[in-house]
Design a protein around this ligand. Structure first.
Ligand SMILES: Cc1cc2nc3c(=O)[nH]c(=O)nc-3n(C[C@H](O)[C@H](O)[C@H](O)COP(=O)(O)OP(=O)(O)OC[C@H]3O[C@@H](n4cnc5c(N)ncnc54)[C@H](O)[C@@H]3O)c2cc1C
Length: 443
């Protein structure tokens, strides 16, 4: 959309026909400035989604509510969306902005010549086959991971956050009286795992269980079915069970593993990975759609700047890789820190949510961490960047500040756009006005 709005020719090949089901319903306030940049805020508001004004946590024996009101003028709220409708609204808006959208067309392979991506070989549900040539490819194929998982095989799973989710939709649930209006509610379980509860505008409540893969497999085997496991975990969560006491589940359960992963490289000559195609983070803090849309913006800015010959391709690639990785890693740290607050009795669960040394090695966690907590002076001198130490430090500023918590769903999840010279990445900064692009820090 962003490239089409600037007059570039954009072709979008989508395997499904929209509207199609998708998980990922609770969105962060960081969405609003992005929707404004896309000119899509009205198209989304028109759908009448639940306005999410905060988050409520019943977590590790503590309870707190976070209200988005304090996040500045542009981001006072977000939405809880039925993804089939939200995604459809954006696809239609893309068409309106001049993107050539082809649905039920799946890309089979990406062709490379002399190391540069040059074309996409596709086939349609109607049996057609074809090749689309391009200057730049944005692989936004999600967890399917056209390039990273299938072709280049650069996807690497983290040792931590190997979780499985099981969820369904309920009608007739009671609200959490103390939660902000339209809030996502998160409930940690006494032993392992947690539930989300997300109110949707169709009158249903999305209720999902997330638990580590070993516990999921063992309990399902012991109890005989996913249904029995889900019911058992609900019984162990009396606060949520009370809300559902008079409610009926009106959908079958869906199950998906949500192991976290990251690709070794986010871009290369002629190609960019965005969203889940590049990396995936445990859904604990509802960061998926934010990362997908944020990386889409960074990729569009990079491509526009390359095409207009304002920057060299390798410079833009260094910017994209650095800026997107930084956004991902800072959220990775926050998710880890949040799990660290989980005081469940199952030691294995806590260990399974802790970033291992193998996870940490390729990450610049220390640098990312300093960005998150910038303002906490004494940490600037800390040389030891073990995750344990970082998590311990991360908790300190919030002890006794229940309103802010760990910044979960709040200010810390607002990835700062690298627009100021001081935030430059690889010597470049993002420019959004008067047109999207990149600029060397001096300009
Ligand atoms: C259990 C669970 C709960 C979650 N909860 C949340 C939440 O509350 N909030 C949140 O923000 N995120 C959440 N997420 C994450 C969220 O679902 C994703 O991060 C987000 O949808 C990523 O967007 P994307 O555009 O990268 O990929 P997708 O939304 O998956 O889009 C990829 C698209 O590419 C198409 N495609 C795939 N392969 C091809 C191909 N070969 N050719 C053509 N088209 C192709 C697919 O059909 C699809 O439409 C959750 C995830 C899980 C697993």
């Amino acid at each position: 959309m962003l490239l089409a709005r600037q007059g570039f020719e954009v072709t979008l090949l989508e395997r499904s026909r929209f509207p199609r089901y998708h998980i990922g319903e609770s969105l962060l306030p960081s969405l609003l400035p992005l929707l404004d940049l896309l000119g899509a805020r009205k198209a989304v508001e028109r759908r009448g989604f639940v306005r999410k004004t905060g988050a409520y946590y019943d977590w590790g024996g503590q309870e707190w509510a976070l209200r988005f009101g304090g996040l500045g003028r542009t981001a006072q709220y977000s939405f809880q969306v039925v993804r089939s409708e939200f995604d459809h609204a954006l696809l239609e808006h893309a068409r309106d902005q001049g993107v050539k959208v082809h649905e039920e067309v799946a890309v089979r392979t990406v062709g490379f010549r002399d190391g540069r991506a040059t074309d996409a070989v596709w086939s349609s549900d109607q049996g057609e086959r074809g090749v689309t040539r391009f200057r730049h490819l944005v692989d936004a194929s999600g967890r399917a991971g056209l390039l990273s998982a299938r072709q280049l095989r650069t996807r690497r799973f983290h040792d931590a956050f190997r979780n499985v989710a099981a969820w369904g939709y309920w009608r007739g649930a009671a609200p959490v009286e103390t939660a902000p209006e339209g809030a996502i509610c998160l409930f940690s379980l006494p032993d392992d795992g947690w539930f989300w509860a997300i109110p949707l505008h169709d009158g249903t409540l999305s209720v999902g269980l997330v638990t580590d893969k070993h516990s999921f497999t063992a309990t399902r085997k012991a109890l005989g079915s996913t249904e029995a496991l889900y019911a058992d975990r609900l019984r162990r969560c009396p606060a949520l069970a009370r809300l559902l006491a008079r409610a009926d589940r009106v959908s079958p359960l869906r199950v998906e593993s949500d192991y976290s992963y990251v690709a070794d490289r986010f871009c290369g000559p002629g190609w960019f990975l965005t969203g889940d195609a590049a990396c995936f983070l445990d859904p604990l803090l509802s960061t998926g759609v934010h990362l997908a849309m944020y990386s889409g913006m960074l990729a569009a800015a990079s491509i526009a700047a390359i095409q207009r010959e304002e920057v060299a391709e390798d410079e833009a690639a260094a910017f994209y890789q650095g800026a997107y990785r930084h956004a991902y890693e800072r959220l990775l740290i926050l998710v880890g820190a949040f799990y660290d607050l989980h005081q469940g009795r199952n030691a294995h669960f806590r260990r399974a949510q802790t970033l291992s040394h193998r996870d940490q090695r390729p990450l610049r966690l220390h640098e990312s961490f300093l960005h998150i907590i910038s303002g906490v002076e004494d940490l600037h001198d800390a040389q030891d960047d073990t995750v344990t130490r970082l998590f311990t430090a991360l908790r300190e500023p919030i002890e006794g500040h229940a309103e802010v918590g760990l910044g979960g769903h709040g200010a810390s999840l607002m990835t700062p756009w690298p627009t100021a010279p001081g935030q430059a990445v690889a010597g470049l900064r993002l420019v959004v006005e008067p047109r999207l692009g990149l600029s060397s820090t001096g300009n």
